[in-house]
Design a protein around this ligand. Structure first.
Ligand SMILES: *Cc1c(COP(=O)(O)O)cnc(C)c1O
Length: 435
């Protein structure tokens, strides 16, 4: 063996606490507002759809939040996730840069999303919830929540955007396998869905419609709460296990990353890898570039406005201060479904506003080029979402080659692409376009 490329931790190294960047922002975040009164939302308003323990986490000022034992026990099924050095990618790029990646595709659902799904299912269970309602686009979040609900005997009701329900069957089958009920949205389960179907029986659905249906389902059923897979503060909190593990693993590798990359849709996996490094940047003065990578076709951080906006199309959520393209924005149908969100997590938005992080947008064809290069050099087929981070890393590694600079780059590989192969097929057939 020439050199170590895989840096593994033991089960005992699963973090004991989640890290909350809220405690370390040099300026406090603007609070979410009630759309009618424009006053900060109350605990009561939030507990209509979320359990109180998660609402308290959402508003939590503490730096560290204990991870309950039952959650760590389930994390142990796949955590700590591996961190690898991509030496073959380095060679293919002929770069002096060292490239490391944290692999979140190792979870049973194939992405980072179970990190929060398991936590949310647990906190709902101990709060007395019996049934969770949620929405999903292509099915990454729905399948992660379906997986998590199994461990706590919670019913899981998923509203899946109808075009995906019809054209992307495998994640729907995964949800069924884990025992969830999946409705194509718009559905006949809610007043809102029935109204839309009456107007247009062929309505293809959208994430905004599915969110509205899941929220209506929540408020019209007993013992039911709503669950969201990204954007919110408590979701970013739960994902902090990624960066905490990565810091320990980079120590094992004996290197300090000078830049950290993650793709950003709603912002949660980026927050997960980035915020623990931001902790060291803010509190210990360790310099590090931290870069969020988004699609050029849905560029909330690089082209959006920082302002209060709704989280959903139907204007049912509180107003959140975030970089947004406007809640009516309809992103073009790019293949990275998980990155087609009009806004960005308020915590990630605040970090960008304060200059703690940078943002970059990449075009879809460069993304698949980088994804295919990664698959062919490292073996793992990255999810199209994750390949956004890879495209930016490849660009940086090539710049390091041009400048003859040794660099240490770390990125989060948020999920594998084994259920996204048709997108790769379209790319190889030359059928992908840049919006
Ligand atoms: C859902 C998803 C994303 C985007 O969501 P974030 O909240 O921005 O992390 C990224 N990668 C994968 C693999 C996903 O499933």
């Amino acid at each position: 063996m020439s050199q170590p490329i895989r840096f593994t931790l033991s089960q005992a190294d699963i973090p004991q606490q989640w890290y909350n960047l809220n405690a370390d922002f040099p300026e406090p975040m603007p609070p979410p507002l009630h759309p009618g009164t424009k006053q900060p939302v109350s605990l009561e308003m939030m507990t209509a759809i979320f359990p109180e323990n998660l609402v308290r986490q959402e508003m939590c000022p503490d730096r560290w939040v204990e991870i309950p034992e039952p959650v760590r026990d389930i994390y142990a099924l796949w955590r700590p996730t591996p961190l690898l050095r991509a030496t073959r990618l380095e060679k293919a790029l002929q770069t002096p840069a060292h490239i490391y990646y944290k692999y979140e595709g190792a979870s049973p659902a194939g992405s980072h999303k179970p990190n929060t799904a398991v936590a949310q299912a647990y906190f709902n269970k101990i709060a007395g919830t019996q049934r969770l309602a949620t929405e999903t686009g292509a099915g990454q979040w729905g399948s992660s929540l379906a997986f998590a609900c199994r461990f706590f005997e919670l019913e899981c009701n998923v509203y899946m955007v109808k075009v995906s329900y019809q054209h992307k069957p495998y994640r729907r089958m995964l949800m069924h396998t884990w025992g969830a009920t999946v409705h194509p949205s718009p559905s006949d389960q809610t007043n809102f869905g029935r109204k839309l179907l009456a107007e247009d029986p062929a309505c293809p659905g959208s994430l905004g419609i599915a969110i509205s249906e899941a929220i209506e389902d929540t408020v019209t059923h007993p013992h039911t709460k709503y669950s969201l897979g990204s954007v919110l503060n408590h979701v970013c909190l739960h994902q902090s296990v990624i960066g905490q593990e990565a810091i320990k693993q980079m120590e094992l590798a004996g290197e300090e990353p000078d830049s950290v990359y993650g793709c950003a849709g709603g912002g949660s996996n980026f927050a997960g890898i980035a915020f623990p490094f931001l902790y060291r940047k803010i509190r210990e003065g360790k310099p590090c570039r931290i870069v969020a990578v988004e699609p050029s076709a849905c560029p909330s951080l690089t082209k959006g406005e920082l302002r209060y906006d709704f989280g959903d199309t139907a204007e049912t959520t509180p107003l959140m201060m975030m970089y947004t393209l406007g809640h009516k924005f309809m992103p073009p149908p790019i293949h990275a479904g998980g990155l087609r969100y009009h806004g960005m997590a308020p915590m990630v938005s605040h970090a960008l506003k304060l200059g703690l992080i940078e943002a970059k947008a990449v075009h879809q064809t460069r993304v698949f080029e980088a994804g295919a290069l990664f698959a062919r050099s490292e073996g793992v087929v990255p999810a199209p979402e994750s390949a956004h981070a890879i495209a930016a890393v490849v660009e940086e590694a090539l710049a390091a080659r041009a400048a003859g600079q040794k660099r240490v780059i770390l990125f989060n590989l948020s999920g594998h692409g084994l259920l996204d192969l048709s997108a790769y097929e379209s790319y190889f057939a030359g059928k992908l376009e840049d919006a």
